[in-house]
Design a protein around this ligand. Structure first.
Ligand code: NAD
Length: 267
């Protein structure tokens, strides 16, 4: 038993059907938590079914569009019913649409604002309501929001995405402050992942080349690695382990923080 042990904790991970969110669901389950995978993709059901389990520990899937308030209300209720409570919420779902600021369309701006800011805000709202003392779960807990190294540096081609991730950073700080001042017993932190070659990360490298910022996707990746003191891209496990840390008692005095997990790219 270590301070990283999550036995008995109940976690909800948004965007858990693939990529970083899938890795977070696996890592939280490996640390002993019951995990509810939430996503707009029903393939998340299989991810939940494959999570490591033992004894009576359950995992579940809930269909959740993070931009829908009624979906959040239903997902929180389903989570508490399925796994018996809620102690950890990871607001991971996000989208990235690459484009030069001279070319960006109002539709693409709105889509990123909706998922990354509205979706994360609703997650924080309903997570705090559920976990605070008068909530349906009522035992306090932890919220981990997934921002990005893009919130801390200026990288070309991702202006609006970067702005939304800076918003996630600020939302985290104010939510942590309100939670502390109002006695909710919920720590709120965020992570700034560096580039990880998930569908989103690989797509970003391709798009950077397509819009002419780099000669090829490999050149875009090389530019990121060149800017990274650790000398490599991130892995899904690098990010997932940081989420486990923030969710665990090892981080019991950590709130309102943003943790770079980027090999030093953002320093
Ligand atoms: P991904 O595109 O591989 O996966 C995103 C997941 O979110 C998918 O399962 C998708 O279905 C889900 N999703 C999208 N919109 C949703 C919505 N409205 N409601 C519920 N689920 C929704 O992306 P990823 O690389 O796994 O990224 C996960 C998070 O990490 C995102 O917030 C992203 O911005 C952030 N991030 C990623 C990187 C990277 O390099 N991959 C770097 C920094 C930050």
């Amino acid at each position: 038993m270590t301070v990283f042990d999550l036995t008995g904790r109940r976690a909800l991970v948004t965007g858990g059907a693939q990529g970083l969110g899938e890795g977070m669901a696996r890592a939280l389950a490996a640390a002993g938590a019951s995990v509810v995978v939430a996503d707009i993709q029903d393939s998340g059901e299989q991810i939940a079914a494959d999570l490591p389990s033992d004894g009576d520990r359950k995992h579940a899937f809930t269909r959740l569009d993070v931009t829908s308030e009624s979906d959040w209300e239903r997902a929180i209720t389903e989570t508490i019913t399925a796994v018996g409570g809620l102690d950890i919420l990871v607001n991971n779902a996000g989208i990235e649409i690459t484009g030069l600021i001279t070319e960006v369309s109002p539709g693409d701006i709105r889509r990123m604002l909706e998922v990354n800011i509205l979706g994360t805000t609703l997650g924080i709202k309903h997570g705090l309501r559920a976990m605070r003392p008068d909530g349906a779960a009522g035992n306090g807990g932890v919220i981990v929001n997934i921002a990005s190294v893009a919130a801390t540096i200026a990288f070309p081609g991702i202006s609006v995405y970067s702005a939304t991730k800076s918003a996630v950073d600020r939302l985290t700080r104010v939510a942590a402050m309100e939670s502390g001042k109002l006695g909710y017993g919920v720590r709120v932190n965020c992570v700034y992942p560096g580039l990880v070659p998930t569908a989103m990360g690989a797509g970003l490298a391709n798009d950077m080349a397509t819009i002419g910022l780099f000669g090829s996707p490999d050149d875009a990746v090389a530019a990121v690695v060149e800017q990274t003191p650790s000398g490599r891209l991130g892995t899904v496990e690098d990010i997932a382990d940081a989420v486990v840390f923030l969710a665990s008692d090892a981080a019991r005095f950590v709130t309102g923080a943003g943790l770079p997990v980027d090999g030093g790219m953002g320093m």
